[in-house]
Design a protein around this ligand. Structure first.
Ligand SMILES: C=CC1=C(C)c2cc3[nH]c(cc4nc(cc5[nH]c(cc1n2)c(C)c5CCC(=O)O)C(CCC(=O)O)=C4C)c(C)c3C=C
Ligand SMILES: [Fe+2]
Length: 479
């Protein structure tokens, strides 16, 4: 797949979940503050940065202002939904019967990662410039990009060390491409010929590049599959928002039937594949029955769940219960625990924290642990560096004698085959996404926004320029 575009920035969205299952997304007005970058990296029209030598010319269709968007509830496709109740064969037949005129696309959404150490700071900038990652109150959204610049600059040295220790870059792009190829083959085996596109949120190939290609290829039906088993505002939610923003602006996408599989941790194929991996790794221990299964999930700030209604923690707990249920059905009754890793910054994240639990388990006399990364299906910096190096060392120091780690699912065939089933099941419910135009009141806010931007922006610059102490205090909270 040729990728030609990158980046997005919409500072105005906040997703709010109504209960465990049904999402509703609403977005308020947006604004952005540009910040000068070194000549090596330039911004595109969406606010993401990329190396200038690779920059493609911008397309005005991605440029938008403060729209309000309402997501249709039947946009989400779950294996439990009514639409998914047709049989697999019926779905394949339905698709095949339209094969002549139908051109099916599958868009895999993922986070993306820096491929070289020079990419680390601009990658971090893109991540922290995402209003679904740093959620500022509406009045302070203009600070998003200066803050992103500041935080990415201070965090880059620490992140670079991490990426250097796993070979100088993230393996995510390579693994996701492999998953895309394997999924294409698995779909072909099921008689569905589909183009697979990879869209990353914070690095190449950006979601917008994939979307451009989908349009060029004249896809007539699209299934969107985030490669995160559980939904979080900060992951699948953020990537889906990019897509929604484009749908709102582009008549081709506005008319394109789309199915979004928001989460799929509850699928049998995923649960069984995870149980297979755990069973296999347990068997390597000399006393498998004595091993505690230690699920370690990527955390999110606590307020995502408590204030913004992120279903991530609920889904994670459900997911662990399903995997443990599957293991029990195989006669594996090991003890287990769930903790959250990779917190960033000074705020409270989902608890318990992985590092603290490891120390406690050591103190309690647990001798054997099997770490299971559960929020992501590829190896990445947080498995290869954080779990395999930092947490392993901490566990051994804390008195744990035997340590094992379950690999990420990657291209495991039962798993990819199940993703292919999910795609086929999602196709019949593909429909045009309905979006709502910008609220009139947004334009009334423009002057107020501008004035408040100028006011607070000047104060921020004044404080930052004149207060090296403040900067060093800030740096300490990030490292
Ligand atoms: C389900 C998975 C993930 C959630 C939830 C998530 C939330 C989240 N992450 C950050 C900050 C960082 N994440 C970073 C890397 C990173 N994050 C995920 C997954 C989830 N993030 C992955 C797979 C990766 C690794 C990509 C790779 O290159 O291999 C990083 C950069 C690395 C580092 O410096 O530690 C940051 C920073 C926040 C703030 C957040 C929720 C708000
Ligand atoms: Fe993360």
């Amino acid at each position: 797949m040729e990728c030609v575009r990158s980046g997005v920035l919409d500072l105005g969205c906040s997703s709010r979940f109504l209960g465990k299952g049904g999402p509703a997304t609403s977005c308020a007005g947006a604004s952005s503050t540009n910040l000068a970058f070194s000549t090596k990296y330039e911004q595109n029209s969406h606010g993401n940065v990329k190396p200038s030598q690779l920059a493609a010319s911008g397309s005005s269709r991605f440029v938008h202002r403060s729209p309000v968007i309402k997501q249709r509830h039947n946009l989400s496709v779950r294996s439990t939904s009514a639409e998914a109740c047709t049989t697999f064969d019926e779905n394949v037949r339905a698709v095949s019967s339209h094969a002549a005129e139908e051109k099916v696309g599958v868009l895999l959404l993922n986070l993306g990662g820096p491929e070289t150490l020079d990419d680390v700071q601009p990658f971090l900038f893109n991540l922290f410039a995402d209003p679904d990652i740093i959620r500022l109150p509406r009045l302070f959204r203009f600070l998003q990009r200066p803050l992103a610049k500041l935080i990415s600059t201070f965090r880059a040295p620490k992140s670079k060390e991490g990426y250097a220790s796993i070979g100088g870059g993230s393996p995510l792009r390579k693994i996701t491409d492999e998953q895309a190829n394997t999924l294409k083959a698995a779909l072909q085996k099921k008689n569905l010929h589909a183009n697979i596109y990879v869209g990353m949120r914070y690095w190449y190939p950006f979601t917008e590049e994939a979307i451009d290609q989908i349009k060029k290829d004249k896809i007539t039906k699209l299934v969107v599959l985030p490669l995160y088993p559980q939904y979080s505002i900060s992951t699948s939610g953020s990537s889906i928002r990019v897509l929604q923003n484009i749908v709102r602006e582009d008549s081709y996408f506005a008319g394109l039937p789309i199915s979004i599989i928001e989460s799929w941790y509850q699928r049998d194929g995923y649960v069984k594949s995870m149980a297979d991996l755990i069973e296999k790794e347990l068997s390597i221990f000399s006393n498998p029955d004595e091993v505690m299964i230690f699920f370690s999930a990527h955390g999110v700030p606590l307020t995502y769940v408590t204030d913004a209604g992120d279903p991530y923690r609920d889904q994670m707990e459900d997911c662990i219960a399903l995997i443990m249920g599957e293991l029990r059905s195989r006669g594996i009754v090991n003890s287990h625990t769930l903790a959250y890793q990779s917190r960033v910054g000074p705020v409270q994240w989902l608890k318990p924290y992985t590092d603290e639990v490891l120390v406690e388990l050591g103190q309690q006399g647990v001798k054997s642990l099997l770490a299971v990364p559960v929020s992501f299906v590829s190896e990445h910096i947080e498995t290869l560096e954080e779990i395999d190096m930092e947490y392993k060392e901490l566990a051994l120091e804390s008195g744990i004698k035997n340590w094992g780690r379950v690999p990420a699912l990657g291209c495991t065939s039962s798993f990819i085959s199940d993703l292919a089933d999910a795609v086929v099941e999602a196709l019949p419910s593909a429909s045009a996404i309905v979006t709502k135009k910008a609220d009139e009141s947004d334009s009334d806010m423009d002057l107020m926004h501008y004035l408040s931007k100028m006011f607070f922006g000047s104060i921020l610059m004044f404080v930052l320029l004149l207060s090296p102490r403040l900067i060093s205090a800030f740096r300490n909270t990030l490292l």
